[in-house]
Design a protein around this ligand. Structure first.
Ligand code: DON
Length: 575
């Protein structure tokens, strides 16, 4: 039965590749795991998927064509990403799904990792009380209990096709292999030393010679894990053989995830964090992600400022957005964490009077310095190793998923015999008050480690409704830059009237309160930077790329404009 389905799916893929009369406006890509390419933009009538990898986007669209809805496609795309995008796609990490269903229901699903039962507040402090970020960022001890598989099964209640079908393309890709790109080869070569250091069983990702573009990556152990999930459901991961492999890996590497932790993990349905902005309804993720709340604060702090008259990348607009970003992130450090463990004052933080009060210190003529606690250096990295996918279907379902291992390839530890990377999400907790995490974010009590608690995230999967219908589906990786990138992308569209492409591709900037500096991306106007410096702003080193935003915008004629970020191998597919 499974074999028949696979043959059918690949026949469909082949037919799609050969067909010249596709309904989207892109040239039809060759769909084949050994010879494929992706496009950055499609206009489609029936449905669209945008993700970090061409093969994953293609799998998602084929599922739509087979009668699946946007949730089916999002599940299959995530599973495919766990194979073809091992630096962020995952079984060993966690994520968030925001959906708006055709019946008008909004869904916010939390499958964030949680601290193991024997985790404790000071577990990353050495004998002198100093934070040891090596331990929170690398190797077995840096992993939270993975949430992804539980999340996929929880979301499946909104899907139409059997889970066994949705996972089959991922099994094929793992078992038969796929050809890797230049950036994937580079990624694997860059972490070779860590892979040797942080693994107890040599993973398939380590080769004697360097990886090269065009090499085929076959992942038999991962295929085995996926098959156990296919056969036994979530128990194929959280119990039985896979759970045994995880706990044995923990013992060999002195990690602390236990059989009980795995068995007890639950994805949680939450109430979406929604708010109105000039007639649009913006639907986002609540705690334990700070994304929805930060976006809310930032949008509301500019709402009465007539930013469209200031103009895109004008000195005034950039300065206003910087000040707004700074204020929201100051609140993040103090007040935000897993609301199941810490009372997050959401209504106070979004109260109009509070936000107006917050903006009283905003001076359009000069920088408002960030109140100093220990400022940390931002991680100066080009890698964007969380991943976002946006999906829409013709029935009116829209799905935004952001999922992560935290750092690129997570903890760098692969579960021996099971073939997947474990996350290093524990670093997203505040491991010591005031000590910055790998994204430079600081925190305190609200985000302190407790057993069972979920670490604060910045992931911001977002759906914007216009006239009560999906209008924009968007999200991005990028650590703490995620909420500010989504903020800027939405302002670009809603206030500066940009196309989806421009809104994503134009250069971005970022301020997160501490460190007190603006991070800019290549292409940021030099004259604006100079003028801001004169006003008292400091800048960190320019970055080649910030974020990998995947967006779908519904056009006035009802068609879907799906745009993949041009900062990576990301690809859009539609039909
Ligand atoms: O949940 C978070 O906010 C982070 N773990 C996301 C990490 C990320 O986006 C990595 N990309 N640079």
């Amino acid at each position: 039965m499974q074999k028949k389905f696979t043959a059918f799916l690949f026949l469909l893929l082949l037919l799609a590749a050969c067909k010249s009369s596709q309904k989207n406006t892109s040239t039809t890509p060759v769909i084949n795991a050994y010879n494929y390419s992706g496009v950055k933009k499609v206009i489609a009538e029936n449905g669209a998927v945008v993700s970090a990898h061409p093969l994953a986007s293609k799998v998602g669209v084929e599922i739509l064509k087979m009668g699946g809805n946007a949730v089916d496609a999002a599940i299959a795309t995530q599973l495919a990403l766990a194979v073809v995008y091992p630096n962020a796609g995952n079984l060993g990490g966690g994520g968030f799904m925001v959906a708006r269903l055709s019946n008008g229901e909004t869904v916010a699903l939390d499958y964030r990792e949680m601290a193991p039962g024997s985790a404790h507040r000071d577990m990353y402090l050495d004998a002198n009380g100093n934070a040891d970020t090596d331990k929170s960022q690398l190797g077995h001890l840096s992993s939270g209990v993975p949430g992804t598989v539980a999340g996929l099964f929880a979301s499946h209640k909104y899907a139409k096709l059997p889970f066994e079908k949705l996972i089959q393309p991922a099994i094929e890709l793992a078992e038969k292999g796929f050809v890797i790109s230049a950036s994937e080869a580079r990624g694997l070569n860059n972490i070779k030393n860590d892979l040797v250091k942080y693994n107890t069983v040599r993973p398939v990702f380590v080769k004697n010679t360097a990886w090269q573009k065009g090499d085929t990556l076959v992942q038999k152990d991962l295929a085995g894990t996926l098959k156990r999930i296919q056969q036994f459901g979530a128990a194929g991961f959280y119990e039985g053989e896979t759970a045994r492999l995880i706990t044995e890996e923990m013992k060999r590497g002195t990690g602390i995830i236990s059989t009980e932790d795995l068995k007890n993990y639950k994805a949680k349905f939450r109430t979406a964090h929604s708010f109105d902005y000039k007639g649009y309804k913006i639907v986002g993720m609540p705690m334990p992600s700070s994304g929805g709340l930060l976006l809310h604060q930032m949008m509301k702090m500019i709402e009465d400022k007539n930013i469209s008259a200031m103009g895109f990348h004008s000195l005034q607009a950039v300065q206003l957005m910087t000040e707004v970003e700074r204020r929201a992130f100051a609140d993040r450090a103090e007040y935000m964490g897993d609301a199941d463990y810490y009372k997050v004052p959401v209504s106070m933080l979004t109260n109009e009077v509070y936000l107006q009060e917050r903006m009283k210190s905003y001076d359009p003529a000069k920088a408002t310095p960030s109140t100093m606690i220990k400022p940390g250096g931002l991680l100066q990295t080009e890698s964007e190793e969380t991943t976002h996918l946006s999906v829409i279907d013709k029935e009116g379902n829209a799905v935004a998923v952001t999922t992560t291992l935290n750092n690129s390839y997570g903890s760098r530890t692969v579960v021996g015999g099971a073939g997947f990377f474990l996350n290093d999400e524990m670093d997203d907790f505040s491991i010591k008050p005031g000590v910055p995490n790998m994204y430079g974010a600081v925190g305190g009590e609200a985000n302190a480690i407790k057993p069972g608690k979920r670490m604060l995230s910045s992931m911001t999967p977002t759906i914007v409704l216009k006239d009560n219908k999906p209008y924009i589906v968007v999200g991005t990786p990028g650590g703490t830059t995620i909420p500010t990138q989504i903020f800027q992308t939405l302002v670009n569209i809603i206030e500066f009237n940009m196309s989806a492409e421009d809104a994503v591709y134009k250069s971005k900037f970022h301020h997160q309160w501490l460190p007190d500096e603006i991070m800019t991306e290549k292409g940021f106007p030099a004259a604006v930077k100079e003028a801001l410096q004169k006003m008292g702003y400091s800048f960190s080193k320019e970055r080649g790329g910030i974020g990998r935003t995947e967006i779908i915008k519904v056009l006035s004629n009802g068609k879907f404009e799906a745009v993949a970020d041009n900062r990576g191998d990301d690809a859009a597919e539609g039909w």
